[in-house]
Ligand binder design. Structure first.
Ligand SMILES: [Zn+2]
Length: 208
């Protein structure tokens, strides 16, 4: 199976709006079952109020979210496709769109997606992980912050057959399967960018 990493610039709205959560309330982190370290951002709790940057709406909306928002059309097609990895679709209230005074016509319905934390592991040698310290737990691979890597090489035998997921050890990076990639292409969903996983380098290292 080939994999890709979702690679959108979160705050680029040259074509489609990005989004920001408003008056955000947050709950708990997900924690490692073994060492109890946090392995995610804090969970976003209702109300799911969002401001969009312009009245131009893609099927995907990136921004301040841990994952991203998707359109109603995406949700319906996903639910009838045989894909795994989205745990929930949480309905969003668009409370403001910049440059628009009256929300009429109303913006389309969007959903925040909750993406599974997978046990799929990364070949950290092949991916050339550089850490500022030692890994403290082999289950979640936390400890020793990652300062750079070159490519996301998954250990294929650890893949748990999710089509969209956070791999173990890279808690902010969303990986998709070839099947998910094909699904997006077939349906011509807008405003999502991918890069082959093995070409994806640490974004904080590219800047240098
Ligand atoms: Zn752990």
């Amino acid at each position: 199976m080939d994999f890709y990493v979702i690679n959108n610039n979160r705050f680029n709205d040259s074509k489609y709006a990005f989004g920001e959560s408003i008056d955000q309330k947050t709950g708990d982190f997900e924690i490692c079952e073994v060492c109890k370290s946090p392995i995610s951002m804090r969970r976003w709790l209702p109300p799911f109020n969002v401001k969009l940057s312009k009245p131009s709406y893609g099927d995907f909306v990136f921004g301040t979210f841990t994952t991203f928002l998707v359109s109603e059309v995406f949700k319906q097609k996903y639910e009838s496709a045989d894909l795994k990895g989205i745990l929930a679709f949480e309905p969003i209230d668009v409370v403001k769109v910049k440059r628009v005074k009256l929300l009429s016509p109303t913006p389309p319905q969007f959903y925040n997606v909750v993406v599974t934390r997978s046990k799929t592991r990364i070949d950290e040698v092949k991916s050339m992980f550089v850490r500022d310290g030692d890994v403290e737990c082999d289950t979640c691979r936390t400890g020793g912050a990652i300062s750079s890597f070159q490519g996301v090489y998954l250990l294929q035998e650890t893949w748990d057959r999710y089509d969209i997921f956070f791999p173990t050890g890279l808690p902010g990076t969303i990986v998709i399967s070839q099947r998910f990639y094909d699904f997006v292409k077939e349906n011509k969903f807008t405003n999502i960018d991918f890069v082959p996983a093995e070409q994806y380098a640490a974004p904080w290292a590219i800047e240098k």
